[in-house]
Each structure stands twice: as C-alpha cells, then as structure tokens.
Design a protein around this ligand. Structure first.
Ligand SMILES: Nc1nc2c(c(=O)[nH]1)N[C@H]1C(S)=C(S)[C@@H](COP(=O)(O)OP(=O)(O)OC[C@H]3O[C@@H](n4cnc5c(=O)[nH]c(N)nc54)[C@H](O)[C@@H]3O)O[C@H]1N2
Ligand SMILES: Nc1nc2c(c(=O)[nH]1)N[C@H]1C(S)=C(S)[C@@H](COP(=O)(O)OP(=O)(O)OC[C@H]3O[C@@H](n4cnc5c(=O)[nH]c(N)nc54)[C@H](O)[C@@H]3O)O[C@H]1N2
Ligand code: SF4
Ligand SMILES: [Mo]
Length: 801
C-alpha cells in the first residue's frame, strides 16, 4: 500500500435472510461489502448467525445470475440453451405471454409464486407481489402456506378468530413458562433464541416438545420426546391432566370461550335460543344458569349472556325442554373433558412415547409457572393431521387463560401503515376460482393460497382448470415440495413460466425466462416492525444498499413495478415510482422516506402494548374474538358443518407404521426432518464458509437402530420410502427414539470452492429428501403434506436389496 487511504464505512442495517431479521452492522471497505456483524442496539440484533456472517460471500458468489435469460431448447432437453436477453425483451415477452394467457384462459390460469418470507428476503416485497397478482386478477398464490403458516396463522382462526401464535407472539421477556412445540428457535429464529436464553436466566421455565433433544430442548424441564405426528394426543392428554386437577383458568374459560354453550345430544348442534324460547333468536346460543336452574341465551352480536358468566355451568348434563321435545344437552366443556379423558397419560404414552409421569409434570409446570407463552412451527405444520393438532394445542392454551396477557401470547401493536396488497383489486368472482377451494373450502384457498399438490394437479391434469402460467419469485418448488418428480412434470407442463432468483435452482432450470434478482444487500427495502416485542415492533427501517447490484440484477420490487407497467397496470403501482409507493405505505405512520434515508438505523415510533384487547368495550358488549360467536371456539360449528370434528381430536398420521401396517414390514421406521443451522432451506450449500463444516446431507439415527443395520457414524446410507430412495450420511443420535430417524431436505447445490459435489434433484444418486416424501395423503382441511411423519427404512448405501 502506498499511503492511499482505505475508506471503511459501518452501516446500520438488518439481515433479511430468514425470519429472525437480525439487526446488524455492515462493514464496507473501499466500496466493497466485507462483513456483517450484530447490532445489539437493534431490538433483534443481539447476535448474528453464520448465515448472516456469510452475507458478503453470498453477495459476491460467482454463480450469481447476472442477466435475464431465455430458454432456447425445449423443456426436458438436458441443456435449456440459456441465452442472455435484455430486460426490455424479457419484460415485453413476459407481459405479452401473461396477457395472452389471461385473455384466452382467464387470469386465474396464471399462478404467482414466492419463496417463503421466512427463508428469503421476499419479506421485502411479497405484499407487492400480492398487489400485482390482485391487479392481474389471479386468486392463486403459491407460497407454502400449507407447510409453513397454516398451523400458526390460519388454522387458529377456527379456535381464536386470531392468528395465535403466528401474530400473537410469545411475550418472552415476561413469560413465566415458555412452551416450544415443534419449534427450534436456536436454528430457526435467532432473536427468539436469545430472548429465551435471557428468560431462562431470569428463572422462566421451558417446556419443549420435540422428537429430538436439540437446541434449547437440552435446557427444557421437561423435554417431551413425542413420536412424530402424535402431538395432538399429547395435547389432549395434557389438557386432561389440567382439567382433572383443576389446573385451568375457570373464570377465563367461562367468560371467553364457548365452553358453557350447550350441545344437543340428538344432533350434536349447539343449542339455539329458538330451540328453547318461544321468541328466541336463532342466532343466539344457550347455556345453563346454575343459580336459576334454567337455560339462558347468549347474544353473539353483543357478546353477552342475560346473566353473569359466573353462574354458568360447565359440567354435567341437562334435560332441556325444546320445541322438539326434551333433549339431553351437555356444555361444550363437559364434552371436551370427556374427549380429553380418553387420552389419559398412560394411554397417551402408548401413542406418543412420552412417559405418563412427564405429561403430568409438564401440565403442572404450565399451570404453576404461568403466564405461559408458546410457539409452534414446522414440527406441527407438515403433518396429515396439522389442523386438529394445532386445534388441540389451542384448546390447551385457552385453558391457561394467558392469551394476550403480559407474558403470554400477545398481539404487539404495529406502526400504522397503509396496506399494500390491496385485496380490493381482486373481484369476488375471481377469488372464488382459487385452486383447491372446491376440495377444501375451509383450507388455504379461502385465503388465496394454493397448495403445492393442487398446483401440480391443475398444471398436469387440468383440474379444476389448467394452470398455464407461473410468475415465480424465488420459490424452489421442486426441491421444497414433496413429490419432486411430479413438481418437475407440473412445471414442464406449463405454457409459460418466468422465475426470478439469485441462483439457477432446479426450479429455475425449468423456466422459460429467468430474471436476475439483487441480493438483500444490494437493494433498498422498507421494514415496518420486527415483530417479536413492543420495542421490535416500533422500529421502522429502510435497508440501505451496501453493495452495487451485481450484473443487471434488479430487486423484486423493481421487477414487480416494471412488470405491472408492461401489463398496463401501472396506475395501481404509482406509475412505477417505488418511492411514491413507500410514501403511500408510510403515510399513516408519520415517518418519511427522507427521515429513514437520513438514518439507516431506523426510526422508532412510540407504541404502547394493550393487553386483554378482547375485553375492550365494543358496541353493546366486549369486543371478544373474531369467531362466529365472539368467543374462543373450543367447539367449532364451522368445522362440524363441513363434516369435520367440532372438538380437537387425535388422528394417527395417515402414513405411519400403525396406520399402514401393510407398509410397516418394509418401512418400519418413522422419518421426520428438520432445518439446518447453516443453511436456509434449499439454499446456501454453494457458500464455502457455510458448507465446509456441514459438507453432506445428514440422517440422524439412534445408535442401536444403526447398529442393527451395520451402519456406523458417518457411513453413507440409503433412505428408502414407498416412493424411492435417496442418500445421506449417518449421524448417530442417542436422544432419538430407536424407531425414528430425522433427515434434511434441500440438498442439490455443489460448492465449487471446496470441491464438494452437488446432488441431482432426481434419480438414483439424489440426496433430495422430497423426492421420496409424498404430498399426500394430506390434512383433509388444509392439504398439509406429511413431510414430518413418513415411513422409511435405512440401509447401508452399498447394500444390494
Ligand atoms: N422435506 C421438507 N420440505 C420442506 C420443508 C421441510 O421442513 N422439510 N420446509 C418447507 C417450508 S417451511 C418452506 S417455507 C419451504 C421453503 O421453500 P422456499 O421458500 O422455496 O425456500 P428455499 O428452498 O430456501 O428457496 C428459496 C429460493 O429463493 C431464492 N431467493 C432467496 N432470496 C430471494 C429474494 O430475495 N428474491 C428472490 N426472487 N429469490 C430469492 C433462493 O435463491 C432460492 O432459490 O420449503 C418447504 N419444504
Ligand atoms: N437456520 C435456518 N433457519 C430457518 C430456516 C432454515 O432453513 N434454516 N427456515 C426458516 C423457515 S422457512 C421456517 S418454516 C422456520 C422453521 O423453524 P422450525 O419449525 O423451528 O424448524 P425445524 O428445525 O425444521 O423444526 C422444529 C423442530 O420440529 C421437530 N419435529 C419434527 N417432527 C416433529 C413432530 O412430529 N412433532 C414435534 N413436536 N416436533 C417435530 C424437529 O426435530 C425440529 O427440532 O425456520 C426459518 N429459519
Ligand atoms: S438468524 Fe442468521 S440468517 Fe436469520 S436473520 Fe439472523 S443473521 Fe440473518
Ligand atoms: Mo417455512
């Protein structure tokens, strides 16, 4: 160096590579982004994981897509014959093809896809993708709702009318007891892990339900080692113990759930006021007044009974004189207690493998260490009984009375903004065409989400109509959905497929046009609120680019706005002006773009968390919950009216050694899976610093199970399911049940720098777990796929069957 000054800049930012969105500081040396470190002054910035630290490597990776590409060879050819084209040509072609499809087959024939905002920076732009989809006229968004969000956001609506725990997040800073169920924040959400560690330090209890003793499970008391897919049995058993011991919030249950409502013994309907009172309103429910020894009506419009709730009976049966004669009726709570009573801890032990004593201990801990804050995730989402399972856990949680209390699960306030997805742009007629709505009217399609399986069926078989186009922002569909080969066939069958990404994934390989996207560190993005606490929610931040866009890459938002313009939808997109769009979004907050640009660390808008919002007055009574009855619906008539059990139930996973004894001999083991600490989903195997310490796909297996099969630590093994087999390296794990193994999905990419191989997504040498996991039979309500409880066998790789 000859005295030339090195310029070093530290820039406040955040890492959007996963759901944690950790506050960070970027180091830029002579204009080059060189490092990312934690920013403890940021509400999610206590720590940074290895992936965040690898951000500069991701940005600079030689395999990044730099130019728009057009396929020149037919689909299915070994080499797509990619040809570089200009942005103008790309955008004009895309717009023309999409317009043609919309005109000839209706805009619903075009599906929009997005990588999950939990595993990519699509959180920056996914709402704008929805706005484009709405303006275009398609009711179909393909973004893993059935695998990743249903159990946290949409299934809880049946119970709470609110997304609990998806939006009602655990108030970890104040919780007395933290319950993590099928969720491992040490891998998945660092900001939750650090907050939990702090909570444990101040004496909070932790209960973890997980087949593996990983992450914080080693600090849990107790850790419940559940057999994959049997979580509902465990939840019902815990609830049974709580009811039997009186370990539940009687007052909350009476006042805020539909536990007192009477259920008719003859037709299992909730009794209505017009059944018992001559001039009764058919929309009013009926409970039993213990003091007056008579039925009383409940008016859902005002959320009120004609007597004080403390007088309502929860147990026993009553002979009620109705217009149809005397009918024996029971309160919901009595039926619920009966249902749970079938799952005594000794019975549950036989199903779940969790010792009866541990069930009692966990129930006691939950009750005695209130307030309880909980979170559930992938372990429960990717199951053929996902809806009933989260209903059972919701019921258990309702009994604690901790919803929306300090230290429970709280809807933290948000900075006021204008919503940007603008659902009003999509007509009711178009909405009704969502793929899957006819088959599963209560499922994700009701909210415009299309499941992987429904998309594949529409693309390949044309049912209920043919999906012909796909506008996909990242989603690595063939690697991330089960039945990868079917995914390939579906994408191949499309008339037109455009894919925007940073890297050429196995999904991108099947596109007609590929668009190069900037990494999160090359583009501006607006973040309003960081979710996990009041302080986090109050922060508004505009991420500053710390590197120049690679090649011709553009951000997803820029692509959305440019496409909208070419499609003639510019009027809904501020005529292409992203700044104007953000200003519109921010307007109610009082924060301006200038302010945000002036301070990359962001602006804090003071917020105050209100608790027990359900008790706030609203019209004639309390606000209650957004369910048909305004009460937490332990008993769901909505589900019953669709032929589903109104009370949460345990259903054995549809493909398990018990439910499929015909498969059990060939596939005696249960296969589940988990995320990798060092990679996001199917990404990052090409990043040397991440891949080096975790060079190969792993299969966790109990040492005894391995020993019986002649398998030692580190051996290559074959994971065989009814769909075929893939490879992985054995990792012995004595904490696993001998009948359970745990694999990793997402392995395809090579790492040239370390000379580590890729694995073909399809075929005999594949390591793609989803090649041998089926999307069906799925949850009857949501279509959730059984990726976390399949059947398999494990053999040494070289063994000839
Ligand atoms: N067997 C099994 N399968 C699973 C799961 C499992 O646990 N087991 N998990 C499921 C879950 S929960 C989810 S959410 C899905 C995840 O599936 P996806 O959401 O598809 O996530 P990734 O597999 O990480 O692939 C993300 C893709 O988006 C690209 N990308 C990254 N950032 C951006 C960006 O900012 N813009 C654009 N346009 N592209 C970007 C990446 O390069 C990559 O190609 O997988 C599901 N599949
Ligand atoms: N490092 C990293 N972080 C990520 C991601 C990533 O790929 N890597 N992905 C992001 C995304 S898209 C998501 S959805 C989240 C997911 O975050 P998590 O849901 O926490 O992800 P996992 O570790 O896959 O699953 C949690 C736990 O479920 C357990 N499990 C498996 N089967 C069962 C079962 O049947 N019952 C129960 N109770 N537990 C079971 C697994 O052993 C695992 O420890 O993480 C996000 N963050
Ligand atoms: S946990 Fe890691 S990848 Fe996720 S936001 Fe934080 S630093 Fe980024
Ligand atoms: Mo996810």
């Amino acid at each position: 160096m000859t005295g030339a000054e090195v310029s070093v800049r530290e820039v406040s930012t955040f890492c959007p590579l996963c759901v944690s969105r950790c506050g960070a500081r970027a180091t830029v040396v002579d204009g080059v982004f060189t490092a990312l470190g934690p920013d403890p002054s940021h509400p999610t910035g206590q720590a940074l994981c290895v992936k965040g630290k690898a951000a500069p490597e991701i940005v600079a990776h030689p395999d990044r897509l730099l130019h728009p590409l057009r396929r020149t060879a037919p689909k299915g050819a070994p080499d797509p014959g990619w040809q570089e084209i200009t942005w103008d040509e790309a955008l004009d072609t895309i717009a023309a093809r999409l317009r043609d499809l919309a005109e000839a087959h209706g805009p619903e024939s075009v599906v929009f896809g997005s990588a999950s905002p939990s595993t990519s920076a699509m959180s920056d732009s996914v709402d704008w993708v929805s706005r484009l989809r709405h303006a275009f006229g398609s009711p179909n968004l393909l973004t893993y709702m059935e695998l990743c969000g249903w159990g946290r956001f949409l299934a809880p609506l049946f119970t709470f009318g609110e997304p609990v725990p998806g939006a009602y997040l655990p108030d970890l800073d104040r919780a007395g007891c933290i319950l993590f169920w099928g969720y491992n924040p040490s891998v998945a959400r660092l900001a939750h892990a650090t907050a939990t560690t702090a909570a444990l330090r101040r004496g909070a209890k932790l209960v973890v339900v997980d087949p593996r003793r990983v992450g914080l499970a080693s600090k849990a008391d107790p850790w419940l080692r559940v057999r994959p897919g049997t979580d509902a049995a465990l939840a019902l058993s815990l609830t049974h113990v709580m009811i039997e011991n009186g370990w539940f919030d009687l007052d909350f249950v009476r006042r805020w759930t539909n536990a007192p409502f009477l259920v008719r013994g003859d037709d299992a309907r909730l009794l209505r006021a017009n059944d018992v009172f001559p001039d009764g309103d058919p929309s009013h429910y009926v409970a039993w007044d213990e003091v007056g020894d008579r039925p009383v009506a409940y008016d859902p419009a005002h959320g009120a009974y004609s007597v004080d709730e403390s007088r309502l009976t929860l147990f026993g049966k009553r002979a009620v004189a109705t217009a149809d004669g005397t009918v024996t009726c029971r309160p919901v709570f009595e039926l619920l207690a009966q249902e749970c009573g079938r799952m005594r801890p000794e019975v549950a032990e036989g199903i779940t493998g969790v010792p009866a004593s541990a069930v009692v201990e966990a129930a006691r801990t939950l009750w005695e260490s209130r307030p309880v804050a909980f979170y559930t995730w992938s372990g429960l989402e990717q199951q053929s009984n996902a809806t009933q399972t989260v209903r059972a856990i919701g019921q258990l949680y309702a009994l604690t009375g901790c919803l929306d209390v300090p230290g429970g699960n709280v809807l933290f306030p948000s900075v006021a903004t204008n919503p940007v997805d603008d659902a009003s742009l999509l007509s009711q007629d178009q909405r009704a065409k969502a793929l899957g709505l006819a088959e599963r009217p209560l499922g994700p399609a009701r909210f415009e989400f299309v499941t992987g399986e429904d998309f594949y069926t529409a693309a390949i078989e044309g049912r209920p109509y043919r999906a012909r186009g796909l506008v996909n922002f990242g989603a690595n569909l063939v690697m991330a959905h089960g039945d990868s080969a079917r995914g390939r066939d579906a994408l191949t069958a499309l008339d037109f497929f455009v894919h925007a990404d940073l890297f050429l994934s196995p999904t991108a390989e099947l596109a007609d046009i590929v668009l190069p996207v900037t990494s999160a560190f090359e583009a501006e993005a607006l973040r309003v609120g960081f979710e996990i606490s009041e302080a986090a929610q109050s922060l508004v931040q505009l991420r500053t680019p710390v590197a120049a866009p690679r090649g011709e890459a553009r951000s997803d938002i820029q692509i959305v706005f440019a496409l909208a313009d070419r499609l003639g939808l510019g009027e809904h997109f501020f005529n292409g002006d992203v700044d104007a769009a953000w200003q519109h979004q921010l307007a109610p907050s009082g924060v301006t773009l200038d302010q945000l640009r002036a301070d990359p660390a962001g602006v804090r808008v003071p917020l105050t968390t209100l608790h027990r919002k359900y008790a706030e007055p609203d019209g004639g009574g309390p606000r209650g919950f957004r369910t048909p009855s305004r009460r937490i619906e332990l008993y769901s008539e909505v589900l019953a009216s669709h032929g589903q059990p109104p009370l949460p139930q345990y259903v054995e996973p549809l493909t398990s050694p018990r439910s499929r004894p015909d498969l059990a001999e060939r596939f005696p083991l249960i296969l589940t899976g988990s995320k990798s600490l060092r990679f996001c989903e199917t990404q990052h195997r090409n990043i040397a610093s991440l891949r080096g310490p975790a060079p190969e796909p792993q299969l966790e297996i109990n040492p005894a199970t391995a020993g019986e099969r002649g398998i030692s630590e580190g051996d290559w093994v074959r994971i065989s399911t009814p769909l075929g087999s893939v490879r992985a390296r054995a990792k012995l794990n004595g904490s696993l049940d001998p009948g359970v193994v745990c694999g990793q999905h997402g392995w395809w990419q090579a790492c040239a720098e370390l000379d580590l191989p890729g694995y073909p997504p399809f075929g005999p040498d594949s390591a793609n777990l989803n090649l041998v996991l089926s999307q069906t039979p799925s949850d009857p309500i949501s279509g959730s796929s059984p990726l976390r409880a399949s059947v398999c066998d494990i053999t040494p790789l070289d063994a000839v069957p």
